[in-house]
Design a protein around this ligand. Structure first.
Ligand code: NAP
Length: 484
């Protein structure tokens, strides 16, 4: 079992109190590197989730909202607590997710960055008066908190994903009911421990419920007291939430799946492209929404690029994230492992060839460690081209012409992240404009940052997190014209 000063309470948190499941149910949390159960946490009931929503309602202030200064103090408090406890929060994260310790601790810094950004830009949410006077009135635009927000997060960034949502919700003055993924609830409990101890927020401003998605999701979707749901996860569940909230015309912010094209032209700096691909693809064990999923390489440089990738991949170490110098941890669970294996089997059976890594039959059983693997000769009928693999498989496809690769990049229902490597600035601009993706890195595989808006086009989502766009997600503009 995991021991940590930040996990001395292993329960939910409702209305400012640590709160167990009213029905006494629990579920197990595993360390994917060892297969051991590291904690038991409450699986909360429908009544518990309703109580969390009620607590949020009682913390909501519409007629005299918390001042910008007060909200800034909350954000700064969370930022400082995360930075101060980065090592321990990162260790908990590493144990329940599996990513290497340094990477896990880096994610805590990344999360703190969102609270910092919102605290520094909160003034943008202040009311302003229009200088023009439409219809001879003076118009003031207010940014009202939308109300109690349901925040649902995935397991792949246990602290990063909640930071994006919670920072903007608190900046707006919205109380929230938070549901972490069942694979990784412990990092969230640690965050609540820090907020409880170090940040002076009203009871009910932040509430934590854990347990069955069907139970929590039902209340959050159906309650008229939750006017907004902010969800990060799969497109499949996102679609269900659209249907389940349609009756109430609930506001949805959806950060969904991806199928990122990573395009390497023949004039690109191949070493830099390879380094960027390795950093991008293997972060979180290849289990990120922004990681390159289809690598399109110009046919003239395909062999050279493949060799550079193989050389890098062959030096990578796979193992328990708590061990020093590990580059790649385990996959999150057996279903995740089986999916990557299925994608590899399918590609090899349909004509792709192995450049680096192991054949499916050599992978072994009884563990979740999947070696970094590179294949080439990938075509659009293969699973790894059409679906999000979510694992350390690098599938290369060849291309000849610019228009062809733009069409190929867009040949997916997803539109989250994309990357183009070329030293021709005009071509880069054309390709970025042609790709229907919310994020397009030019000669960089870098992902989202607190300062810039991030989100998906098409089936990858609705709305943005980060940047000023993200800061405005939890407010509703209200125009108040004043007559004379
Ligand atoms: P998931 O299965 O969709 O689950 C995400 C969260 O939703 C979990 O907390 C899950 O709870 C909950 N959930 C599942 N069904 C629900 C329902 N009917 N109602 C309410 N909540 C429900 O996704 P995942 O496997 O955790 O995460 C991987 C996916 O997230 C990938 O597709 C990835 O691309 C995407 N992602 C997108 C972004 C982005 O910024 N666009 C960022 C990160 C990840 P349980 O854990 O209890 O099932």
């Amino acid at each position: 079992m995991i021991e940590s000063p930040l996990l001395d309470k292993l329960t939910g948190y409702i209305g400012g109190r640590w709160s167990d499941s009213s029905e006494g149910n629990t579920f197990d949390v595993y360390n994917p590197a060892t297969g051991e159960v590291i904690a038991k946490v409450p699986s909360m009931s429908e009544a518990d989730v309703v109580a969390a929503v009620e607590a949020g309602k009682s913390a909501l202030r519409l007629t005299s909202p918390y001042t910008l200064e007060t909200r800034r103090t909350w954000l700064e408090g969370i930022r400082d607590a995360l930075r101060e406890h980065k090592e321990e929060v990162g260790r908990i994260l590493c144990m329940e997710h599996g990513k290497p310790l340094k990477e896990a601790q880096g994610e805590v810094d990344y999360a703190a960055g969102f609270f910092d950004y919102c605290s520094r830009h909160i003034q943008a949410l202040d009311a302003h008066t229009l200088t023009e006077k439409p219809k001879d009135c003076t118009w003031t635009v207010h940014y009202r908190p939308i109300g109690v927000a349901g925040l649902i997060t995935p397991w792949n960034f246990p602290i990063g994903m909640i930071a994006k949502k919670l920072s903007a919700a608190l900046a707006a003055g919205c109380p929230s009911v938070i549901k972490p993924a069942s694979e990784t609830p412990l990092t969230m409990v640690a965050l609540f421990r820090l907020m409880d101890k170090y940040v002076d927020m009203p009871d009910g401003m932040v509430n934590l419920v854990m347990g069955k998605a069907s139970v929590v999701g039902k209340v959050l979707c159906e309650s008229p007291d939750v006017p907004m749901l902010s969800f990060t996860g799969s497109t499949e569940v996102g679609r269900k939430l659209v249907v389940d909230t349609a009756e109430q015309v609930k506001k949805l912010a959806l950060e969904l799946g991806g199928n990122a094209p990573f395009i390497v032209f023949d004039d690109a700096d191949l070493d830099s492209a390879a380094d960027n691909l390795i950093a991008n693809k293997f972060r979180g064990g290849g289990q990120t929404c922004v990681c390159a999923n289809r690598i399109f390489v110009h046919e003239k440089v395909a062999d050279a690029f493949g060799e550079k990738l193989a050389a890098r991949v062959n030096k990578m170490t796979v193992g328990n994230g708590l061990t020093e110098d590990v580059d790649l941890g385990p996959l999150i669970n057996q279903a995740g492992f089986d999916k990557v294996k299925r994608h590899l089997e399918d590609a090899l059976a349909n004509g792709a060839s192995l450049v680096a890594g192991k054949k499916p039959e050599d992978l072994g059983d009884g563990h979740l460690f999947f070696p970094p693997t590179v294949i080439t000769g990938v075509t659009r009928d293969m699973c790894c081209y059409r679906e999000e693999t979510f694992g350390p498989l690098v599938p290369m496809a060849l291309f000849r012409r610019e228009e062809e690769v733009i069409d190929a990049g867009n040949d997916t229902e997803f539109g989250l992240a994309s990357y183009v490597f070329t030293n021709d600035a005009e071509r880069a601009q054309r390709v970025a404009a042609g790709l229907r993706f919310g994020h397009c890195g030019w000669n960089t595989g870098t992902g989202p940052t607190p300062e810039a808006p991030f989100g998906g086009m098409k089936a990858s989502g609705i709305g943005r997190e980060g940047g000023l766009e993200g800061l405005f997600e939890f407010v509703e503009a209200q125009a108040v014209p004043r007559g004379f």
